[in-house]
Design a protein. Structure first.
Lengths: 201, 127
């Protein structure tokens, strides 16, 4: 055991490893997960606190979220192009929302609209990462859709273009565009529901 | 990093400790216990096989006799017992030794990891 500890002590780069590498290593050495917990404990607790507004519950949520992350580490390994940080936020926020609903406080978005007002830089970063990850997942589903539906959905949601711009680019009227978007969304939901790695809508 | 006071929540070390213990349990039940159980089953099967070809009680009696009468001769007794045994017995005996080594190794690994988790070892390394 002494040699093992000495080896770890000599490993100066341990704390400089990327999150994904630590997560992978922690599957063999569970104590390594502590490094990830140290990195993200506070920001995740703040993210949970913004939803439940209770420090004790926020801590419970973060604890549960960390255990979920460890349990589902294998699934995370299979997700391509997704950062651990944004995945961690996603797991934590989903756990927080589930807690919140269990406590029968209703939908947090409708009751507490201040949640996303004036977000701090760090939270904004996390949201940006989460959006980036969602875009990767969305792109996978879009690839399975017919070209004319994929095109309008991509332009509207991923390129943030207006109805007017899209209609002009597609050379169709705005009512036709709306109908096409409606069909595209319906198909997207169906394909996404069938996808095991689909996003939550 | 500046935090708004209303948004700041101090996270306790208890949180980390409890979460790490749960993570250790996940690792224990998913990674270590299946291996340990498999090794114990294999060891039991081999011991049963060994029991069919060797009168183990008599071997222990002889070993104890040698140990009490001539303690320094126990090594020679073990070696001569092994070399004079049939090939099947030697293979089974070798299998028992290997499985015992694996069992001890995995058990100590489990204990070591429990120690690392309980002591928050990797955060102490950084400090």
């Amino acid at each position: 055991m002494r040699s093992y500890l000495a080896e770890e002590e000599n490993n100066k780069d341990l704390h400089e490893l990327k999150d994904q590498e630590i997560l992978r290593a922690s599957l063999k050495e569970p104590a390594l997960f502590e490094i990830l917990m140290e990195r993200y404990q506070e920001p995740l607790a703040r993210a949970a606190w913004r939803i439940v507004r209770n420090p004790q519950e926020a801590e419970d949520i973060v604890q549960e979220a960390f255990v979920k992350m460890y349990k589902n580490a294998d699934k995370f390994e299979k997700l391509e192009g997704i950062e651990f940080k944004s995945w961690a936020y996603k797991v934590t926020i989903n756990t927080a929302i589930t807690h919140y609903r269990k406590l029968k406080r209703g939908e947090f978005l409708s009751e507490d609209p201040t949640v996303f007002e004036e977000p701090e830089k760090e939270f904004a970063d996390a949201r940006f990462s989460a959006v980036a990850d969602a875009k990767v997942a969305v792109a996978k589903v879009l690839d399975q859709m017919p070209g004319h539906l994929r095109s309008v959905l991509h332009r509207y949601y991923l390129e943030d273009k207006s109805y007017k711009t899209i209609a002009s680019e597609e050379k169709i009227s705005i009512p036709t565009l709306k109908m096409r978007l409606f069909r595209a969304k319906r198909l997207f939901r169906k394909l996404n529901a069938d996808d095991p790695h689909g996003i939550e809508i | 990093m500046e935090l708004k006071s209303e948004n700041y929540i101090p996270t306790s070390t208890k949180l980390k400790g409890e979460a790490l213990r749960q993570i250790y349990r996940v690792w224990l039940f998913r990674k270590l216990l299946p291996v340990l159980v498999l090794e114990i089953i294999l060891l039991s099967v081999i011991l049963y096989g060994l029991g069919q070809v060797v009168f183990i009680q008599r071997v222990f009696e002889n070993a104890l006799n040698v140990l009490f009468v001539n303690p320094s001769g126990i090594g020679f007794f073990v070696v001569s017992m092994f070399t004079s045994a049939s090939l099947a017995t030697q293979i089974l005996g070798f299998g028992v030794l290997i499985l015992l080594a694996f069992l001890i190794r995995h058990f100590t690994q489990g204990m070591l990891r429990l120690f690392l988790v309980r002591e928050n070892f990797f955060s102490k390394v950084r400090q």
